[in-house]
Ligand binder design. Structure first.
Ligand SMILES: C[C@H](N)C(=O)N[C@H](CCC(=O)O)C(=O)O
Ligand code: MG
Length: 353
């Protein structure tokens, strides 16, 4: 099963409401889609999200990386030697993790198709269904309360609440959301680097003192400030999750060794795809550190790949794969079934498309 062609296109999907974080506001998903074709007529599919504020990538940079750098190096290679291909993809270019992820996702799709099995089963087959949270964008507290109640009405029991854009109002936002949704809804808080270490300790502390249950707080401070992350982790009771601070297995080791966070958020767009995500999961498992599987603004193509990875691993205990649920209509047909908060894996080969 040899690679004969790598094609690049676009996939677009308008969002139900603007997606707002401390880092950016987005109205519509516009991602790069990759198909890899083989000499026996199989097609593998992948996707890259141009999240310039986190990975530094744009649509053009992703297209260039895949078409001009990666594709010429992997054309003609045999899918049976997927580890060799992934190594070549990883080492041919510095960073560009979403471009690499799109290619790796398509390669793993083909690899599982070669063995005629669902990818999650070949990777370990730990579980057949996942429960995802849904993101509540950062806005004034009245709008966030309204959005939270609507999400609960749609069947979501875990909310990922974005803060960090206006730190002075964040305690009030979280308090008001907790009051509105009641005690049985799980709240995950994501500051997307928007707080200073002292602000983070103060805000989380005020909420803890007020008895507000939060399952975790994600990336409270700047991604490069590991000492700051460590300070927050040491001075709060709520578990701290590293997101933008961990792209690579080496960074995961550093965060774990320094105890800079309690948990790690693995995203294929940060790791450069499935091979490094597996490495991080194994490092985390050996260290007893639970992981979240997360996504950027992605459609069902790459979110499904993330679901296959997560369904294979015991250490991935938290799921933030809400990309398709944020779209008016996800344009991708087939694959795992996304119904409310449940993602059901299916028994089709590869990613299942
Ligand atoms: C979409 C997902 N729930 C999420 O919140 N991801 C963000 C970053 C996404 C982006 O800016 O595109 C995160 O976890 O920080
Ligand atoms: Mg995050």
């Amino acid at each position: 099963m040899k690679i004969t062609n790598v094609k690049v296109g676009l996939v677009e999907a308008p969002l139900i409401t603007p997606f707002k974080t401390a880092l950016r506001t987005v109205h519509s998903i516009q991602n790069v889609m990759v198909t890899i074709h083989t000499d026996n007529g199989q097609i593998g599919i992948g996707e890259a999200a141009p999240t310039h504020v986190i990975t530094g990538e744009t649509i053009s940079s992703i297209q260039f990386a895949i078409e001009q750098v990666i594709a010429p190096l992997i054309n003609g290679m045999d899918i049976a030697e997927i580890a060799v291909i992934c190594d070549r993809v990883d080492s041919c270019l510095y960073q560009n993790t979403s471009a690499k992820a799109a290619v790796e996702i398509a390669l793993y799709d083909l690899w599982a198709k070669k063995y005629n099995a669902p990818l999650y089963e070949l990777l370990g087959g730990y579980q057949k269904s996942l429960t995802t949270d849904i993101t509540i964008s950062v806005n004034d507290h009245a709008e966030m309360v309204q959005d939270s109640l609507e999400a609960v009405k749609r069947g979501f029991s875990i909310l990922k609440v974005k803060v960090g854009k206006d730190p002075a109002g964040d305690v009030d936002r979280i308090l008001k959301i907790r009051e509105a949704v009641g005690p049985n809804i799980v709240l995950r808080i994501d500051a997307n680097q928007g707080w200073t270490p002292k602000q983070a300790v103060s805000i989380i502390g005020q909420l803890e003192d007020a008895g507000v249950q939060m399952e975790l707080v994600e990336q409270p401070v700047h991604y490069s400030d590991l000492a700051g992350m460590q300070y927050v982790t040491n001075h709060t009771l709520t578990p701290i999750l590293a997101d933008e601070s961990v792209f690579s297995p080496k960074q995961a080791i550093e965060v774990i060794e320094k105890r800079a966070a309690d948990l790690i958020n693995i995203k294929l767009m940060k790791t450069g795809g499935i091979s490094k995500a597996l490495q991080i999961a194994n490092i985390a498992q050996a260290s007893g550190v639970e992981c979240m599987i997360g996504c950027m603004l992605e459609t069902k193509i790459s979110v499904s790949a993330a679901a296959h990875f997560a369904a294979a691993h015991k250490i991935v205990t938290k799921v933030d794969l809400d990309g398709p649920s944020l779209c008016v209509k996800d344009p991708i047909v087939g694959g795992p079934i996304f119904e409310g908060e449940t993602i059901q894996m299916i028994e089709r080969a590869g990613l299942g498309f």
